[in-house]
Write a protein that binds this ligand. Structure first.
Ligand SMILES: C[S@@+](CC[C@H](N)C(=O)[O-])C[C@H]1O[C@@H](n2cnc3c(N)ncnc32)[C@H](O)[C@@H]1O
Length: 222
């Protein structure tokens, strides 16, 4: 089954793609996630595999994949414009270690089984700041449980946001779930991005508007 053909369940309006973006988008057939990969458990055991959910224009996944050619990177994004932008970067640099799932991350999470990823990154998920929209937030108790299942033992979950309320929401759900240890090393650990970090487009916008980023790092409790 090709999940990229499944109905995208996330609603949203998108500006039309430019001619160049349309051309780049066609590259998806070359770099789309090949789900048969998930049948090969040995492949996942042997390799370090990182998953980014909602990669936007793909700055971070691209830089990481370029720097670590032995690791495998799977990126999920439903906006075609962002997918086209990442596809162009992958193709220009002839990267062989990124695969893209164009679609709704919820669909992806429903479809795969357990213990695949060493790391999962969710950088600046849509904050849905209004109380009545909180149910639209990607981080919910059900998604935390799924993320837990698909991580390998000792797997890491990295989440960042510039929305203080969303950060408190995430922390309270993570503690409630009792499935992850918060890897904070000091009271100001939230100021430190994970490893060498390249910054994302969304993050940059927030900083310009005086919204500092918060970085959360968790480890799966086995
Ligand atoms: C606020 S943007 C942040 C993008 C990027 N991570 C960054 O830091 O620049 C959130 C991104 O998540 C994507 N997204 C939100 N929900 C998603 C879902 N259910 N499946 C796939 N992508 C999703 C949106 O399309 C959007 O690009």
């Amino acid at each position: 089954m090709n999940l990229n053909n499944k109905l995208i369940s996330v609603k949203g309006r998108e500006r039309p793609l430019s001619k160049k973006q349309k051309q780049s988008f066609l590259l998806l057939s070359r770099y789309a996630l090949n789900l048969s990969l998930f049948k090969d458990k040995e492949f996942f055991k042997k390799n370090k595999i990182c998953l980014e959910i909602g990669f936007g224009s793909g700055e971070i996944i691209f830089q990481e994949a370029k720097k670590n050619p032995k690791n495998i990177y799977i990126g999920i994004e439903y906006y075609r414009r962002g997918v086209a932008q990442l596809l162009k970067k992958i193709d220009d640099h002839d990267l062989k270690n990124i695969q893209i799932f164009h679609g709704d991350a919820h669909v992806f999470l429903e479809e795969i089984s357990k213990f695949f990823f060493d790391e999962i990154w969710i950088f600046f998920p849509d904050p849905w700041p209004k109380k009545r929209h909180e149910k639209r937030r990607f981080i919910q108790i059900a998604s935390i449980n799924r993320l837990y299942e698909i991580l390998k033992p000792d797997g890491k979950l990295y989440i960042s946001s510039d929305d203080k309320n969303y950060i408190s929401w995430i922390l309270s759900l993570i503690f409630q779930s009792d499935k992850f240890e918060w890897l904070a090393e000091s009271p100001f650990d939230w100021k430190n991005p994970y490893r060498e970090y390249y910054g994302s487009r969304y993050e940059e916008k927030g900083v310009k508007k005086n919204r500092p980023p918060y970085f959360l790092k968790f480890k799966k409790i086995d």
